[in-house]
Design a protein around this ligand. Structure first.
Ligand code: AMP
Ligand code: ZN
Length: 460
């Protein structure tokens, strides 16, 4: 069975073969730490955690290197720091903002069941690597110095645009490119820029007097190089990063290392909307994991995310959260205390098919049906297969603290009672069918009669 992944660069689902099976290497663009992450930011973290777990399963936990950076130098951070701590020197204010945001991010993603990546490099700790890359690019004629800036010359790279496959004029519009006097061409992008007094600053390249700081794109090329080498297996992030961020990363890395590719696979998660609308602080339509985790266990939030295939857009809704909660109710009731058994091949097959989590959930649903019928290894197999996607990580007792009725219920008995009720209804014995409904209600079970049959759930 082959792992197949969709590659944005070639626009096709391809068989994944690691460059070095002894060390499978993945880089994912991490957060810019200026504000609490919103639930959209959690999507790539969860999606690539599922991939990380799958790769560890396939190649061995010690043979996968996963790097997710932290962007801790950025205009937005400077602005937020000045606004929040106007009395402090800017550097101190920046430290306060980044430390606080960074800590919150880590608490959130741990609660969402995400494993720590192998390395989490910070941009400010890799300025030397960025400068080294920029120097190479200047030397090779792919970058130039102008008015204390260093710019990448887009026309020097004949392959530029290969990832986004957009015509140049569209790219210019998409990037909202600044026409600046120091640019030779509008598409050229900043590798290094001068810092204003008080802003974070590092010694610039030879020939530039003003201390400066890196642009955004160069940081990922530099950190991927430092931790994964000149070329590696998978580069991931949200779909919004395809252009310009990843396009620019590719240009920088390929030109600096004279390699035909930076990463073998480019993977992008679709965007998340909340209740059908774009998330925006100004309209109050803004959901953070921090707030969600006050009302829902992390596993509910994680499973809600995985109910949609990672490349599709997600419409984040409370009903989606409820659905995930019900699924976890069943899983914990059936498998919470069972020792994990064999992985279900249908679940694994689905994940091997470009991380098709909705299909995997379908296979898990079948397995649940077997477990309810008392087919012996089903509950153990359910446990192992669910754990592969980073769920069912706590005990039945821990879930019971949140949903006591759900765990207490005997699912086999519920299914038997529903069958008896349906039989009573068929012969129009409504007294008996009502009695059974009441009996189920006492157990916390709410019935829903639909045209496809009767479903049930534990009341909230
Ligand atoms: P940022 O901190 O804005 O650089 O974003 C961090 C990560 O979250 C990037 O991989 C983005 O592509 C991703 N991201 C941001 N907003 C959303 C969203 N609404 N839905 C899905 N992914 C998002
Ligand atoms: Zn990046």
């Amino acid at each position: 069975m082959d792992l197949k992944l969709y590659d944005t660069l070639t626009r096709e689902k391809r068989v994944f073969r690691p460059l070095d099976p002894g060390n499978v290497r993945m880089y994912v663009c991490g957060p810019t730490v200026y504000d609490f992450a919103h639930i959209g930011n959690a999507r790539p973290v969860i999606v690539f955690d599922v991939l990380f777990r799958l790769l560890r399963h396939l190649y061995g936990a010690d043979h996968v290197t996963y790097v997710r950076n932290i962007t801790d130098v950025d205009e937005k951070i400077n602005a937020r720091a000045a606004e929040e701590y106007p009395a402090l020197p800017l550097n101190e204010a920046i430290r306060k903002v980044t430390e606080k945001t960074d800590q919150q991010f880590h608490e959130d993603v741990a609660a969402l069941g995400c494993l720590p990546p192998t390395a989490e490099p910070r941009a400010t700790e890799h300025i030397a690597e960025m400068r080294a890359l920029i120097e190479r690019l200047v030397k090779s004629g792919n970058a130039y110095v102008a008015q204390d800036h260093v710019l990448f010359s887009v026309s020097s790279d004949p392959d530029y645009g290969e990832l986004s496959k957009r015509p140049l004029d569209e790219m210019i519009a998409g990037a909202r490119v600044e026409v600046a006097p120091y640019k030779r061409e509008p598409m050229d992008f900043v590798l290094w820029k001068p810092s204003k007094t008080g802003e974070p600053a590092w010694p610039s390249l030879a020939g530039i007097k003003t201390p400066g700081r890196p642009g955004w794109h160069i940081e990922c090329s530099a950190m991927a190089w430092r931790y994964l080498g000149e070329t590696f297996d998978i580069h991931g992030g949200g779909i919004d990063l395809v252009f310009p961020h990843h396009e620019n990363e590719i240009a920088q890395s390929r030109c600096a290392f004279h390699t035909p590719l930076m990463a073998n696979f480019w993977m992008h998660n679709g965007f998340l909307q909340v209740e059908g609308e774009k998330m925006a602080k100004s309209t109050g339509n803004f959901v953070t994991p921090h707030d969600l985790l006050k009302d829902w266990p992390g596993e509910v939030v994680r499973l809600t995310m995985l109910q949609t295939h990672y490349r599709q857009p997600i419409n984040w809704t409370v009903s989606g959260l409820r659905e995930a909660e019900r699924t976890l109710d069943h899983w914990y009731a059936l498998s919470g205390d069972v020792a994990p058994g064999f992985l279900c091949t249908d679940v694994l097959d689905a994940l091997m098919d470009d991380l098709n989590t909705p299909k995997a959930l379908g296979a898990l649903h079948e397995l649940r049906g077997e477990a309810v019928k008392g087919i012996k290894p089903a509950a153990a197999s359910l446990k192992a297969s669910v754990q592969l996607i980073g769920l069912l990580q706590t005990t039945r007792a821990a879930w019971a603290a949140f949903r006591p009725a759900a765990v207490a219920v005997d699912e086999t008995k519920v299914v038997d009672l529903i069958e008896a009720r349906n039989a009573a209804r068929q012969v129009k014995d409504f007294k008996e069918s009502d009695r059974i409904r009441d009996e189920l209600a006492k157990m916390g079970v709410v019935l829903k009669d639909t045209k496809d049959g009767t479903t049930w759930e534990i009341a909230r």
